[in-house]
Ligand binder design. Structure first.
Ligand code: DX5
Ligand code: ZN
Length: 216
């Protein structure tokens, strides 16, 4: 299993020790949640913070943009150190061109679905994306309970990926812990995002290791 701890649950008053913990852990990526107070009912942090984090983080930045019109910000996301740019299906009218421009900017491209957005809407974009991020909570806040319908969506997405010959990875975000992680691994997730489960622990490296070692 690949693991992407979410910075949203880190100590914003002193990020360096948390990023050093990520660097020394088995984490594959660092998940960066950018919120605009319009697409979601919360505001997190923006590009200057992300850029500062990118300078000390040794793991690739997996950036989840919870903002309207995300395609307006492609060069800023790239210049802030993103490895992968995730944009919400619900926030982007011209998804095909946005994905192409993310690739032209030199980043991997992901499309994100809210819990109520069906997987079937991805039929005509699945071969163009590197990753699909399934939200297993309504985006905006850490620490919410896992929405179980996500397990059904992973099965549907696995079938769509197989039928279309896509190489897209399946990432899941929200309410991930050891017990939901076991179910997500069995259902076919490739990458687990975890915020409060990791940073709310007295031994975050161990929590990352637990998720890392989950098998299908
Ligand atoms: C929520 C964010 C998540 C959040 C997950 O909108 O997209 O990445 O950090 O937090 P947990 O793991 O606590 O549900
Ligand atoms: Zn996220």
């Amino acid at each position: 299993m690949k693991v992407s701890p979410s910075l949203l649950s880190a100590n914003f008053a002193n990020l360096t020790p948390d990023i050093e913990m990520i660097n020394s852990s088995e984490a594959d990526y660092l998940h960066i949640d950018v919120m605009d107070g319009v697409f979601v009912p919360n505001i997190s942090f923006g590009f200057p913070v992300m850029k500062a984090v990118s300078k000390i983080c040794k793991k690739p930045l997996d950036v989840h943009l919870m903002i309207v019109e995300p395609d307006k910000w492609i060069s800023q996301v790239r210049d802030s150190g993103a490895w992968l740019m995730n944009i919400h299906y619900e926030a982007c009218t011209h998804l095909n061109s946005a994905i192409a421009r993310i690739h032209q900017a030199g980043m991997k491209a992901g499309v994100t679905l809210n819990p109520s957005t069906p997987v079937s809407l991805l039929t005509d974009i699945i071969n163009d994306v590197d990753l699909v991020l399934l939200m297993s909570v309504n985006p905006g806040f850490g620490g919410q309970p896992f929405i179980r319908n996500t397990l059904k969506k992973i099965h549907e997405l696995r079938s769509l990926i197989a039928e279309s010959g896509s190489n897209a990875l399946i990432e899941v975000d929200g309410g991930v812990n050891e017990s939901t992680g076991i179910e997500l691994a069995k259902a076919g997730a490739d990458i687990l995002v975890a915020g409060s489960y990791v940073f709310g622990s007295s031994d975050p490296c161990e929590k990352i290791s637990i998720l890392k070692n989950l098998d299908r």
